[in-house]
Design a protein around this ligand. Structure first.
Ligand code: FES
Ligand SMILES: [Fe+2]
Length: 395
């Protein structure tokens, strides 16, 4: 596959780092106060800002492939219902009835033509309009048009579904928001992938601890000594600040062999794992031939959920070839579950020591750059300097 100019630059950096024994360095050490990880007031601020004002990846387009197919998503604390309308548009609604607040859809996923609340059977169509009220004479004078499902900003981009878990009066400029990562996300062609596995892990650690496990590769040859370590160049990540997002490129061990090949033949994808951080809590982790999408969402002080989808490309192979591919993907899935569980064991250990007072701050090294860059963007959002852009009206 042809590499982009950005990818050629990453490869050049890798070759320079390996030739000189250097690596990416931010100018300063970062001292991150432990209160950033442990303070319930700060967590509340993060939940109200990062997890309400910015789009979160909630699924893949194939999970609502046809009109009426739906799934629910509750981990942000907002009950979200995602579906596709008859016209083919992805919509997200508050999964809350406009009569007396019943949870309308109780299944995790399924297929529907309408959504009917189990409490008194008020019924809504796929576009969210209130269509049916049993025994309507008791609601004479009610404006049904004003009692449709409450819509949340939802977008289908690069094959993924993004929802902002709070109502907005103005349209969000999702394309401007994703622009720094657009070229790379488009190149992954996730729209033609399907979900091989999707899973959720409840973790006994603050969400920031889980997040940071994906923002440096310094830990690979310690925490993943017997798994990921040998596959990659040790602590040789290339970080691109694509504010507020971060491209974190981790070279595979054989990336150094590109030195002997002409640049026109350099194949980035075949030689890197890329941990793309999409602010505030999403990762698009591209492997050489498949992709993991994960989001880390706080559920309380010292707890979070890790939601992951393994996306694999569509296949037009024979049944026999498909069975072989299935075994291959399954083996990859098992490896990644092992590697992630190594990260989670470390993170839960950090959580256990968090309240000891041993550390006033954590020291983030100059090459732990993904953490430093994300911290900057998180601070900016919490202090009002970073907002999700809105569509500018041209009238
Ligand atoms: S609360 Fe939904 S129909 Fe009554
Ligand atoms: Fe890890």
């Amino acid at each position: 596959m042809r590499s982009s100019d950005e990818e050629i630059d990453i490869i050049r950096k890798t070759l320079e780092y390996s030739a000189t024994g250097s690596t990416h360095l931010e100018p300063e050490l970062l001292k991150n106060p432990v209160s950033h990880y442990a303070d319930p007031a700060r967590l509340a601020q993060e939940q109200n800002t990062l997890f309400r004002q910015f789009p979160i990846i909630v699924g893949h387009g194939s999970q609502v492939a046809v009109p009426g197919q739906f799934f629910t998503h509750d981990d942000t604390g907002v009950p979200i219902l995602v579906t596709r309308t008859r016209e083919g548009r992805v919509k997200a609604y508050m999964n809350v009835c406009r009569h007396r607040g019943g949870r309308i859809v109780t299944q995790a996923d399924g297929q529907a033509t309408t959504f009917s609340c189990p409490y008194h059977s008020w019924t809504y169509d796929l576009a969210g309009n209130l269509r049916g009220i049993p025994q309507p004479f008791g609601f004479e004078g009610l404006n049904k048009k004003k009692h449709g499902l409450v819509e949340l900003p939802a977008f289908e981009r690069f094959g993924l579904i993004w929802v902002r878990p709070s109502v907005s009066d103005t349209a969000l400029a999702i394309d401007a928001w994703l622009a720094p990562m657009a070229e790379q996300l488009a190149s992954l062609e996730l729209g033609s992938h399907h979900v091989f596995r999707a899973w959720t892990v409840e973790l006994n650690m603050g969400w920031r601890i889980a997040l940071e496990g994906f923002q440096e590769s310094y830990h690979f040859c310690s925490a993943h000594k017997h798994t990921a370590c040998s596959a990659y160049l040790d602590n040789q990540s290339v970080f691109l600040d694509q504010y507020p997002h971060v491209r974190h490129a981790v070279p595979l061990a054989n990336a150094v062999d590109l030195r002997g090949a002409p640049e026109a033949e350099w194949d980035y994808r075949a030689n890197y794992m890329t941990q793309n951080y999409l602010f505030p809590c999403n990762f698009v982790q591209s492997m050489t031939d498949h992709v993991y999408i994960h989001s880390v969402i706080p559920t309380g002080p010292g707890t979070c959920v890790f939601k992951c989808m393994m996306l694999v490309p569509a296949s037009s192979k024979t049944a026999q070839e498909n069975a072989k591919a299935e075994r291959y993907w399954e083996a990859n899935y098992n490896v990644v579950r092992t590697v992630f569980s190594e990260d989670f064991a470390i993170g839960e250990g950090i959580q256990q020591g968090l309240s000891t007072g041993v550390n006033e701050h954590f020291v983030i090294g100059k090459y732990e750059a993904g953490i430093q860059l994300a911290q900057r963007a998180i601070d900016d959002a919490l202090e009002g300097r970073l907002v999700c852009p809105e569509v500018v009206s041209l009238q």
